[in-house]
Design a protein around this ligand. Sequence first.
Ligand SMILES: CC(=O)SCCNC(=O)CCNC(=O)[C@H](O)C(C)(C)COP(=O)(O)OP(=O)(O)OC[C@H]1O[C@@H](n2cnc3c(N)ncnc32)[C@H](O)[C@@H]1OP(=O)(O)O
Ligand SMILES: O=CC(=O)O
Ligand SMILES: [Mg+2]
Length: 720
Amino acid sequence: MAATAYTTRQGLEVAQELAGFVEDRLLPGTGVDADRFWSGYAELLRDFAGENRDLLAHREALQSQIDNWHKARGNQDWDAAAYRGFLTEIGYLVPEPAVFAIENGKVDPEIASVAGPQLVVPVSNARFALNAANARWGSLYDAAYGSDVVGPPPSGGGGIDPDRRDKVVAWAAKFLDDTFPLTSGSHADVTEYRADQDGLHATVDGKDAALRDPSAFIGTHQAGKDTGYVLRHNGLHVELVVNRDHPIGAASASGLRDVVMEAALTAIEDCEDSVAAVDAEDKVGVYGNWLGLMKGDLTETFEKGGKQMTRRLAKDREITAPDGSKITLPGRALLLVRNVGHLMTTDAVLLDGQETPEGLMDAMVTVAAAMHDLNRSEGLGNSRVGSVYVVKPKMHGPDEAAFADRVFTRVEQILGLPQYTVKLGLMDEERRTSANLAACIKAISNRIVFINTGFLDRTGDEIHTSMQAGAFVGRHGMRKSGWLSAYEDRNVLIGLAAGMRGKAQIGKGMWAKPDALAEMLQTKIAHPRAGANTAWVPSPTAATLHAMHYHMVDVAAVQDKLAGNPVPDLDKLLTPALTGDTPMSRDEVLREVDNSCQGILGYVVRWVDQGVGCSKVPDIDDVQLMEDRATCRISAQYMANWLEQGVVSKAEVQDALRRMAVKVDGQNAGDPNYIPMAPDFDGPAFKAAEDLIFTGTSQPSGYTEPALHARRKEAKALRG
Ligand SMILES: CC(=O)SCCNC(=O)CCNC(=O)[C@H](O)C(C)(C)COP(=O)(O)OP(=O)(O)OC[C@H]1O[C@@H](n2cnc3c(N)ncnc32)[C@H](O)[C@@H]1OP(=O)(O)O
Ligand SMILES: O=CC(=O)O
Ligand SMILES: [Mg+2]
């Protein structure tokens, strides 16, 4: 990696690549000239970088007070009252705000009022980033046929297996019967669908049937030879696509060739935990894709199935209502952009020779990019109400949220945008935020568009915060622990109490087993049932399937029932899940050590050597798991905690790392770009895994970024 070349702008040293990107690609068309951008940015850094540093120092100061408190108490029994008193005294817990209601201004309906899936995607990958935007609509037939929901997934030999096809068709018909019942008969037995000014008709057993709720039919959608009958339920659309010339339609008595679901209502284009962006070059790649999405002109050409294809943003869908009027349905997910948190600094922009907060750069650049969307009145637009949606991760407590609010006010001033154009999604994924959630929401109440239980980071922070309290129970115990359920329940109830219903999303976390979609269908319905009007999915296929849950559950009604329920006690949230007097068996410990080491290595080897920020890595039972920086944080913090508490020895972990490195090398044997870690175990990837584990106690909040960035830079320098 060549040393960064800088150019000077308004007292800043700016990496040339970034300066070129900003001036040649980002700003033209925004009405903001380069001088205004750079002088505003320089002032932003002068006014906010110091406070950013102070906030991070405060995190560390609180953490060391907490560590010392636990160390001083030794093996005494857990004393919830004493602990809570201590946290109040040091300012970790702040007073609960008086009752308030958020006032978040203009918010698109996908966020404010309709419940549905939220897809997350690494924005560094243009092919995936476009796919996520287009995942607003997804084929239910394809999702079921290609996954495990009607039986083990297909082997991938090509062609359609008629038995599997029939299973999928019957399974989808059952969903249609449950969601859009007919006055008589089943969708499985329809021989014809047709529409007229009275609505949708179906012929079953030679007789006319209609929808039991005729108002569910909103019109037809013509696309080539496809005639789509568009239905609506719980605010979400479903299209019955009929085409008797299509092989699937031809095999169906009704000509039904697909059921197309409105799926990813919103998608988060991620600049954070699913990407590996460590320098100006990487950041320009990430920003370039977000800019293309905001301009509507991003394309990506690639080869799939031996054919070259070009992917671009999907158009909106034109529907003809029964009375002949036209309705436009959005063709793309409403896009949010996840910025990085307050932790990292970047060498892409230097002030007084020092690195500057990466979060401030993300704020400036991603909002400026979204101005292309704000300035456009037609075409492939994003927000229809003129808002910009930024997701802010990993904030600790209300002061950090208030800081973000002021940063975005300043960014709006620099760019000439009305205050509160930028809306914020608040990741409830650090313990101090969960414990002070109402105050955090209040701190950004004019911008807030979601709270989301990012339980993966939250688990990492749970372990790190109470590192010195004792040994944490294993993953199985953690999933069933009291703090986790208190965290999930409190999030919904505090959000409702803050008036988020009908105005914002109360979201649930990621489905981290991308291939186990039958299991997802069984279990992720718990999210809408808990009152969440969105939840994260890792892929468009998962979005299409998860959309079914929002037909099965009327989230608005659930929220009505929940409103006013007592919020679970803070002590429950604050009680760590420690093994206490019932330590885990040696077998369980060693198995989990192998599992964590494998997960960490499988993830970091692609991050450090190849710059891939989100991967599918098989776990110890060969279940493919989505690994990102947050899941890596959990594994590393487990190992650090168990080392700290003497549950395992350093030698045992070192042995596991070496054995698992050999296993991971084997799993990647088919990748021509892969660099094996064995037999030398001295490359930057292997060392990154060691850093994450053996320095896990002293890493800020147990984050993985510092070690990963340093080792990735080393790998880039070594290998170009
Ligand atoms: C704790 C947290 O912060 S969670 C948030 C961060 N996590 C994420 O963002 C998860 C994003 N998901 C992913 O990166 C991927 O789904 C993975 C790595 C988990 C799994 O990938 P794989 O199953 O190997 O996907 P694979 O490479 O086979 O792609 C399959 C298809 O799905 C698409 N796809 C997969 N995931 C996504 C996604 N998140 N968004 C859009 N498209 C996607 C691909 O574009 C591809 O379609 P195409 O060939 O037509 O382009
Ligand atoms: O960002 C999400 C999480 O679970 O962490
Ligand atoms: Mg997270």
